[in-house]
Design a protein around this ligand. Structure first.
Ligand code: GLU
Ligand code: ZN
Length: 495
């Protein structure tokens, strides 16, 4: 198809470390990663931490933690290094200062001395006269005298990019051909009056210097693309980068409730909460992949290996994608069900530890209990965190065992207590302590002798021994809990 060698694919994920990393960011990271892995390219992770007022070190740490948790490994970037580092923009200010002064020398940018008040006044005037507000090019051609006069007033200039007058057209990888009339794109600020470079400068400069070939990012950045393409051209002229403009693909907006763009502040946005609630990274990634992409028409569940094999950017859907937590949970549950039992047992351990149900050192006996208990809850789990609620009764120290007060109020009334007492009687006489002996004994006493309906018979027993109305199957639970603890809890529940 192409003559000459095709430049190796290089993509970047370049979040700003402000606030908690959110779902939209992870989706952008995933699509870039899958694109790179599919084509044998390079996935660059860059930290856009030039907004000193809003960046935090904590947010930076959390970003790395989330990326590692998700398994989106990067080939170049923080803690990994690479040929084009450093990968934190806060460590590259010298580079930006150099590029800025070369743009100025080449007249692709100019000093603008307009004060914020003057700009606001002229915008207001434009509005009154029915013209589009926006920078009017006032300082494009200042004479030496004018410059001297402004300097005499002690004004500090910003650096503005001189937009060309041409039309800028590019072939968006997701949306097809897009044109912007540059006449409607005002000259924009690259460097503040205090010398601080802005996103408008540093992001394209680093894309050029880091040899980025494809920019895949959210649709919200579409309007900055013509400005960046124009800047690329200027960068090429002054010898920054290869001169190749990267291809752009704008991923669909992720919407939340009420079809509004999902914001950082929406609770379902917060990535760390997925980890803390026990989502599997592969489950969450699978769901995020569905926000704009599909592996096949009738297929929702797939592994990341499959995604990497099949990913292609031209199959990304430009329409906004709605984030549906229920669906996300269902996709995760499918991945939980696909885990082999021993792996499931191993992966719930940190959650049981975080809940204080297991110590840092897990005993062989606890491990055996987990492996025996995991099949009982496997099919019913949505997240790994569900194990805390469902299996907590097996691991909680006896002194800390409590019965859910709601469930107790509903099921351990006078009748319920009588049932528990009868169950205690039946089980305390039992010789063998296994599921089927337990079942036989309880049925004989509660159903046959006392003529109780199963619901009335087993509900109170369940609450007394597991602490909850909902638990894994009762007879198996009793076997796993063991004779001593089961009888002790039944006696306690007998009032
Ligand atoms: N740091 C920018 C952001 O967080 C990256 C934008 C881009 O991909 O160009 O939105
Ligand atoms: Zn000006």
């Amino acid at each position: 198809m192409t003559d000459g060698p095709v430049a190796a694919v290089r993509v970047r994920f370049c979040p700003s470390p402000t606030g908690n990393p959110h779902v939209g960011l992870a989706r952008a990271a995933l699509f870039n990663w899958a694109f790179a892995r599919n084509l044998g390219g390079t996935f660059v992770f860059r930290i856009e931490d030039t907004d000193e007022a809003r960046n935090t070190e904590e947010s930076y740490r959390t970003l790395l933690e989330v990326m590692r948790w998700l398994g989106l490994d990067w080939d170049e970037g923080p803690e990994v290094g690479g040929e084009y580092g450093p990968y934190r923009q806060s460590q590259r200010y010298d580079i930006y200062a150099g590029v800025a002064s070369r743009l100025l020398d080449a007249k692709r940018a100019y000093h603008c001395y307009c004060s914020p008040t003057e700009l606001a006044e002229r915008n207001e005037q434009a509005r009154k006269e029915g013209r589009t507000p926006g920078y009017d090019g006032h300082c494009r051609q200042l004479t030496d005298e004018q410059v001297a006069a402004y300097q005499g007033e002690g004004r500090e200039p910003v650096l503005r990019f001189r937009m060309p007058d041409s039309t800028i057209t590019f072939d968006d990888l997701v949306r097809g051909e897009i044109s912007f009339d540059s006449a409607h794109v005002p000259d924009y600020v690259l460097v503040r009056a205090n010398g601080h470079p802005l996103y408008t400068l540093v992001n394209p400069v680093d894309d050029a210097l880091m040899r980025i070939t494809h920019v895949l990012r959210g649709e919200d950045l579409l309007s900055s693309t013509p400005r960046q393409i124009a800047l690329y051209d200027a960068l090429a002229e002054i010898g920054v980068g290869t001169g190749e403009v990267p291809a752009f693909g704008h991923l669909p907006t992720v919407t939340g409730q009420g079809n509004k763009k999902l914001s950082k502040r929406d609770p379902e946005s917060n990535l760390l909460s997925y980890r803390d609630n026990g989502f599997l990274p592969e489950g969450l990634l699978n769901y995020l992949a569905l926000l704009g992409w599909a592996i096949a028409e009738d297929r929702d569940i797939f592994t990341m290996d499959e995604m990497v094999q099949k990913f292609s950017i031209d199959r990304v859907n430009p329409n906004a994608a709605r984030f549906d937590l229920k669906k996300c949970e269902a996709v995760n549950a499918a991945h939980v069900r696909a885990l082999p039992i021993d792996e499931l047992a191993a992966r719930v351990v940190p959650y049981l530890q975080a809940a204080g149900l297991l110590e840092a050192r897990v005993t062989d006996e606890q491990r055996a209990t987990l492996i025996a208990a995991a099949p009982l809850i496997h099919e019913r789990m949505t997240t790994l965190g569900d194990a805390v609620h469902m299996l907590g009764f097996l691991f909680v120290p006896e002194a800390d065992f409590v019965i859910d007060p709601d469930d107790s109020a509903k099921l351990l009334d006078a009748d319920g207590i009588a049932v528990v007492r009868a169950a205690y009687g039946a089980l305390s006489e039992l010789q063998a302590w296994d599921t089927s002996s337990i079942e036989v004994a309880l049925r004989a006493r509660l159903i046959d002798e006392l003529a109780l309906k199963p619901r009335h018979a087993f509900g109170p027993v369940r609450v007394a021994v597991t602490g909850h109305r909902i638990s894994p199957p009762l007879f198996e639970s009793l076997e796993l809990l063991g004779r001593g603890r089961s009888l002790a809890r039944l006696r306690l529940g007998s009032g």
